[in-house]
Design a protein. Structure first.
Length: 276
């Protein structure tokens, strides 16, 4: 078994200015996606220029930040939002939702498409492989912050946590300094939603595909990966399990993604056959 290294979430502190690792992970995600986008734009017949990728990044950043924060407040902290609406703007307190960020990006793509004369799914097909860098980096940020842990496990890579920071795992363990080993579910998600999903989409999109196919595959794979990890990840304490003693909010939000992705993937290949 492993022991959590208890990493300081603050990467750099200069007087009152503090730069958190979690914020740096967002920068890694944006920079990595931007670099990959420009790399793909330079390919012959890509239909994109590096300058267009630069403009697209601006819209993506707005969509991720605004949508991610709004989604977290509405999906995971709605009662607190009703009681204190200004919590929406307390970004320094943390709290971002992937599903909210996804909706924010979709709105941003719609706006960009109207301005740039591109169809909505042409845009989402292009950016789908790029956002995986941010997904993986964000989960590494969760790990550094010591949040979103999983259930107790007997697997050899289970990670023990300091009881002083995670007393919920140490109930009934008198004078214990470390918790029983738990699933490092953030690392599972970093691997699946980051590296594995990137490889699937990057390789699949390296050849011409019918419009909507890459977007559909992204939704299918992300939804399945997230739904699966939620089986070993503990739900948010203020929400708990929604029903059946195991269904989480993350699963409820992921299931429509899988269904929508399957429909898009089917429509993409049906349209291709009809056009042939």
């Amino acid at each position: 078994m492993l022991t959590y290294p208890d990493i300081d979430p603050v990467a750099v502190a200069i007087g009152p200015l503090k730069v958190h690792w979690y914020g740096l992970m967002y920068l890694v995600g944006f920079a990595g996606g931007w670099w990959l986008g420009r790399t793909r734009a330079r390919r012959p017949n890509s239909g994109w220029t590096p300058q267009q990728v630069d403009d697209l990044l601006f819209y993506i950043v707005l969509g991720v930040v605004l949508g991610g924060r709004l989604g977290y407040v509405l999906f995971y902290s709605f009662p607190q939002f009703i009681e204190h609406p200004l919590t929406l703007f307390r970004i320094w307190e943390g709290g971002m939702s992937f599903h909210g960020g996804l909706l924010g990006v979709l709105v941003a793509m719609w706006i960009y498409g109207r301005r740039g004369g591109r169809s909505f799914f042409q845009l989402t097909d292009f950016i789908a492989p790029l956002v995986t860098i941010g997904l993986g980096a964000g989960r590494i940020g969760n790990f550094i912050n010591g949040e979103l842990w999983g259930k107790v496990t007997g697997l050899p890579w289970g990670m023990q946590l300091p009881c002083r920071w995670y007393p919920g795992y140490c109930e009934g363990l008198a004078e214990a300094k470390l918790s029983p080993p738990v699933h490092p579910s953030q690392l599972y998600e970093a691997l699946l939603e980051g590296l594995v999903l990137f490889l699937i989409l990057w390789i699949y999109a390296s050849r011409p595909r019918p419009t909507m196919a890459v977007s559909g595959l992204f939704l299918i794979c992300y939804g399945i990966f997230r739904f699966g990890v939620e089986l070993v990840r503990l739900p948010d304490a203020h929400l708990g399990y929604l029903t059946l003693g195991w269904v989480t909010m993350g699963q409820v939000l992921s299931l429509p993604m899988i269904i929508a992705g399957a429909i898009l993937f089917w429509l993409a290949h049906r349209n291709l056959k009809q056009a042939a």
